[in-house]
Design a protein around this ligand. Structure first.
Ligand SMILES: NC(=O)c1ccc[n+]([C@@H]2O[C@H](COP(=O)([O-])OP(=O)(O)OC[C@H]3O[C@@H](n4cnc5c(N)ncnc54)[C@H](O)[C@@H]3O)[C@@H](O)[C@H]2O)c1
Length: 403
């Protein structure tokens, strides 16, 4: 019996976070369908995943709001949370809201600090920020009688910064925390460190550092704690990472790949800031480069904030490639999706990461029988649990892209 699992969202009141909570509470009550949930696929049917009824939400926010107004905001910008649905969820949403705490926005940049009253953690040391976070997670377990908590980072993209050399080893990283070198840290990495240090699984849905520094991975190995992800692939990048292997498999040479994304939600507003934008674009670009394995291929990614579009993102990709007889050809695609709805169906990887280590694998033979192309599975956030009959060692990252 999986027991009740807590999902602690960093970035509460964000669009994705709000859609996650509203979606899960609606599913619990049979008010919406379950399309888009990967864990509903038959590869997972004999795995003892926690049911939706066993998921309890809490989290921390950097800006002042309520779930009621955050939901109304999503409805206004995306039109995907009808008033009638929200009316049926008033009581459960208020209950989740009571569990939301204030977060810290250490070195999250002007874009985030400019979104209204925020707590930037300036008055606390890095050690105190981490201890408070761990205290919140332990209190959540105690008060709700949970088996464990999974921490999911759904906060805004932090500004780009070079990884400090101290991030290379746990000992050096701990030195930064001890000496309170907040100039070298950011909220996402302090949260990831604190969660994993206290033994809680961690998922990073954003391009921010999170658990990606080698020091945090060393800590995860030491503690035997699973962690996964760096920027969920939900829209244009998902399509891109499925299409790119096709060019590689047919030995078609990609000469250039240009992608132009326009969106008008708060994420877009944050990404309007050059340093935050750089962090996101870098991740999209890296995903493609890893697959193409061709340094000559030109890759351009642009993200522009277009307020009139709200949460409905449009991406246009132009792929120029060369085939046999050196013939140059072009492929183009346009992707139009509701950003938060796409992302909110991916959060449920928490159901997998919350499994006991021995249960965290799926047999390879079943995957091979699947009708959809391997890259589809490969680029799902769940890909690394798909291993040939072996459990993923609990210490390894189970979500970074592997291509
Ligand atoms: N399809 C998608 O929408 C998609 C896909 C992949 C990744 N992402 C990433 O998911 C994240 C969330 O996207 P969104 O559209 O919900 O953005 P959003 O701006 O609506 O929400 C982010 C929330 O995080 C809060 N926040 C920022 N820093 C924080 C901190 N340190 N602690 C606590 N809260 C903090 C902000 O106040 C904001 O309310 C972004 O980083 C985005 O790039 C989204």
């Amino acid at each position: 019996m999986p027991g009740r699992i807590g999902v602690w969202i960093i970035g509460a009141y964000g669009s994705v976070s709000t859609c996650v909570v509203v979606g899960a509470e609606a599913i619990k009550r049979g008010l919406i369908g379950r399309t888009g949930l990967v864990t509903d696929l038959r590869e997972f049917e004999d795995i003892d995943l926690v049911g939706f009824d066993g998921l309890v939400f809490a989290g921390c926010a950097a800006r002042e709001s309520t779930l009621e107004s955050a939901s109304a905001e999503v409805q206004a910008t995306a039109g995907i949370l009808p008033t009638s649905l929200l009316a049926s969820l008033t009581a459960p949403l208020a209950e989740v809201d009571r569990r939301f705490r204030r977060g810290c926005a250490l070195n999250c940049g002007e874009a985030i600090l400019g979104m209204g009253p925020v707590r930037n953690g300036d008055h606390k040391t890095a050690k105190e920020i981490g201890a408070e976070f761990q205290g919140n997670l332990r209190a959540f377990i105690r008060e709700e009688g949970l088996r464990t908590v999974v921490v999911v980072n759904l906060a805004s993209t932090e500004p780009y910064a070079e990884m400090p050399p101290e991030f290379a080893s746990l000992a050096a990283f701990r030195g930064l925390i001890e000496k309170d070198r907040r100039d070298r840290l950011a909220a996402s990495v302090v949260y990831a460190y604190a969660a994993i240090d206290a033994g809680f699984a961690y998922i990073n849905f954003t391009p921010s550092w999170g658990a990606s520094p080698p020091a945090i991975q060393e800590l995860a190995r030491e503690r035997g704690v699973p962690h996964m992800g760096k920027d969920g692939k939900t829209g244009e990048t998902l399509v891109k990472t499925v299409l790119a292997p096709m060019f590689v498999a047919r030995n078609l040479k990609v000469l250039s790949w240009s992608g132009h994304n326009i969106l008008g939600n708060r994420d877009g507003l944050v990404l309007k800031h050059p340093e935050n934008n750089k962090n996101k674009v870098k991740d999209k670009d890296e995903a493609l480069r890893k697959i193409l394995r061709d340094d000559d291929a030109q890759s351009h990614v642009r993200i522009d904030y277009v307020p009139s579009l709200g949460d409905w993102k449009t991406a246009w990709d132009h792929i120029h490639f060369q085939g046999f007889l050196d013939v140059k050809m072009t492929m183009q695609f346009t992707w139009q999706g509701c950003d938060s709805a796409l992302a909110a169906s991916s959060w449920h990887t928490s159901r997998v990461i919350a499994l006991p280590p021995r249960a965290r694998f799926v047999r390879h033979a079943r995957i091979e029988r699947e009708p959809f192309p391997a890259p589809m599975l490969k680029n799902q956030p769940l890909r690394p649990i798909i291993k040939t009959g072996e459990a993923v060692p609990p210490s390894r990252s189970i979500g970074d892209d592997e291509h």
